[in-house]
Design a protein around this ligand. Structure first.
Ligand code: ZN
Ligand code: ZN
Length: 193
């Protein structure tokens, strides 16, 4: 169901709370937990790892899931449905037309919509630091599984940082670097009509 954002007037499908890089870092943590505990008890450590792994997987799934109530543009946490009284009121008060908000348009294909999501720079740095700590620890105790898990965590953080530089112009539809942002809603209307 489409929603409308009271803050930036975005109209379309919302997102869920979820993080690709945090989710994959948690999967790295699950590997580390196994590496630290399997000598004590294989069953217990495997069980622990599977639980942590599931949490990480849910985080990744929620990152890709659409149809949530978080605004993809300004991150407003609880957008009302456009059919709701509250949604209708925002539409009427601002004299909006009910059409999906276009924030990016592609020069190569007909794509109009949202661009690729970037990941939090700060979160990426924190993830890398955690991964580095675990990798040092893994080296100290000479445990390859821990080292492997820490590499997964560091990799998640590096990927997060890289999205801040590389994906901004990449078109989700044709994968060319020809995506251009549309600054305001008025321009959106001008380009779509
Ligand atoms: Zn918004
Ligand atoms: Zn394109």
């Amino acid at each position: 169901m489409k929603r409308i954002c009271p803050e930036c007037h975005f109209i379309g499908l919302g997102r869920h709370k979820g993080s690709l890089i945090l989710g994959s870092a948690v999967i790295g943590l699950a590997i580390i937990m196994y590496g630290l505990m399997y000598q004590e008890s294989v069953i217990l450590s495997a069980l622990m790892s599977i639980i942590i792994l599931t949490i990480g997987a849910i985080g990744i799934r929620n990152y890709y899931k659409i149809d949530g109530d978080i605004c993809p543009v300004c991150k407003y946490p609880s957008m009302p449905l456009i059919n709701d009284q509250k949604g209708q009121q925002i539409i009427n008060d601002n004299k909006l037309t009910i059409e999906d908000t276009v924030t990016f348009t592609c020069n190569s294909c007909d794509y109009k919509g949202l661009g690729y999501k970037t990941h939090s720079f700060k979160l990426s740095i924190i993830i890398i630091l955690f991964g580095l700590l675990f990798s040092v620890y893994g080296l100290l105790i000479d445990q390859a599984i821990v080292l492997f898990g820490s590499i997964v965590i560091i990799g998640s953080g590096i990927y997060g940082i890289s999205t801040n530089y590389t994906n901004q112009n990449k078109c989700p539809s044709c994968k060319n670097n020809t995506l251009i942002p549309i600054e305001s809603r008025d321009q959106t209307k001008a380009s779509t009509t």
